[in-house]
Write a protein that binds this ligand. Structure first.
Ligand code: XYL
Length: 439
């Protein structure tokens, strides 16, 4: 039965860096206080519903490999959804993970009509709420799947057919209200098909205006129902469309500014999407922090040799250390957290593989947090950084930045002062060594 999907296992516990038990945490010691806050409260780790429980292990060349009990053909879809929920909540318990995330259609099956789909979601939301009364797990964010069904092949909000836009409104209202009912901390919008395959059939100006209006309506509705959390846009440059409008953090910032949505909307940044956009993960996080729109992270990794979204579990300690350092420096997560938008490989058939994937991701994040906290406490990176820019902190530097000097004044000063600025080392290797030795 699905209840015994994982067999007879005890919850994964912290056993310290020397542990040889593969089903234990070596670094994730949730109650350990780091910079005045419990590790669990720093990281706000979340498991995602779709990759672990809905993806059947297919790829473009072959079908499902996992054949989970709740995926067997011919079952009543609602019974299968309930069985799937039992296994999901069992995994959250075994991993002692404090949050989860889901799309409407991960949790509840699409019905024959929109009304039926909304009813299915309501029923599963009630089931989740009942489970959450006794389970420890909370909801980091909910979202709507506006990309799988063929009705959305030309986009949801950006569809040339306004009826598709209305249908998307029906789905998003239900998913936002379900998220609210379950006490979700954020609501995510990833524009899966908000983009194009060819500009020959695409009116860019219209599609951007449609997307801007759609997002504004979601924000209006969030306020109407009293949902406190932010709306998070998840940037991605391509896949499934050739060009996606929410290309990267910089593009999303420009979009939010143009449609006057900066007050209510932030970003959910994914490692794999960052590298698909030709950036590093750290670049996207640092830029969102600098622009004041940092929200949450989809924690995974892409394969640098593959040009697509492989969504593997994060395991690069160096990469995550600098990202965690930037986040800590920026004050840490508020409503956001670290969601494992990651899937095990299609040959990883065993239920235990799901646990190994998460355990590795959790420990990498925990270890990165510890290293980053150490670096921050020592000022190992922050001191050289502020020294590098110290010249701007004086009265004259501030007068320039606040608009109290004009071009001619400064030009004259450079001429009469006979300025001859001397370059100074950027010390990149020195800084890289701090990161690679772990603080
Ligand atoms: C797919 C995206 C989604 C979002 C939620 O690339 O990462 O899974 O996180 O729609």
């Amino acid at each position: 039965s699905t209840a015994s999907f994982f067999g007879d296992l005890s919850p994964v516990a912290y056993r310290g860096p020397d542990s040889r038990d593969p089903l234990s945490y070596r670094w994730y010691d949730k109650d350990r206080v780091v910079l005045g806050k419990r590790m669990e409260d720093h990281l706000r780790l979340a498991a995602c519903y779709w990759h672990s429980f809905c993806w059947p292990g297919g790829d473009p060349f072959g079908g499902e490999t996992f054949q989970r009990p709740w995926m067997r053909p011919g079952q009543d879809p609602m019974a299968a959804a309930r069985a799937k929920a039992d296994v999901a909540f069992e995994m959250f318990r075994l991993l002692d993970i404090p949050f989860f995330c889901f799309h409407d259609l991960d949790a509840a099956p699409e019905g024959a009509t929109l009304i039926e789909s909304v009813d299915n979601l309501k029923a599963i939301t009630e089931l989740f709420a009942a489970k959450m009364e006794t389970a420890k797990v909370r909801l980091l964010w909910g979202t709507a799947n506006l990309f799988s069904h063929r009705r959305y092949m030309a986009g949801a909000a950006t569809n040339p057919d306004p009826d598709v836009f209305l249908y998307a409104c029906g789905q998003v209202r239900a998913a936002l209200e379900a998220t609210h009912a379950l006490g979700g901390a954020n609501y995510v919008m990833w524009g899966g098909r908000e983009g194009y395959e060819t500009l020959l059939n695409t009116d860019l100006r219209r599609e951007l205006d449609q997307m801007g209006r759609f997002l504004a309506m979601v924000v209006e509705h969030k306020h109407k129902i009293g949902f406190d959390g932010p709306i998070l846009i998840e940037p991605k440059p391509r896949e499934p469309t050739k060009h996606q409008y929410d290309f990267d953090v910089a593009t999303v910032y420009g979009f939010l500014e143009r449609y006057d949505l900066l007050a209510d909307v932030r970003v959910n940044i994914e490692q794999n999407h960052a590298i698909l956009a030709g950036h590093s993960f750290q670049h996207e996080v640092a830029l969102a922090l600098a622009l004041g729109i940092f929200g949450s992270l989809d924690m995974n990794r892409g394969d640098p040799l593959l040009g697509w979204d492989t969504d593997q579990f994060a395991n690069d300690i160096g990469e995550l250390t600098v990202v965690m350092h930037d986040i800590l420096k920026g004050g840490g997560f508020t409503t956001g957290g670290l969601n494992f938008d990651a899937k095990i490989r299609r040959q990883s058939l065993d239920p235990e593989d799901l646990l190994h994937g998460h355990i590795g991701g959790v420990d990498t994040c925990a270890r990165a947090l510890l290293q980053a906290a150490q670096m921050l406490e020592d000022g190992a990176l922050t001191k050289p950084l502020s020294e590098r820019y110290a010249g701007w902190d004086g009265a004259e530097g501030q007068a320039i930045l606040s608009g109290k000097r004009d071009l001619a004044t400064l030009a004259e000063r450079a001429l009469t002062g006979n300025l001859n600025p001397q370059p100074r080392s950027g010390r990149q290797e020195y800084l890289e060594n701090i990161v690679s030795r772990g603080g």
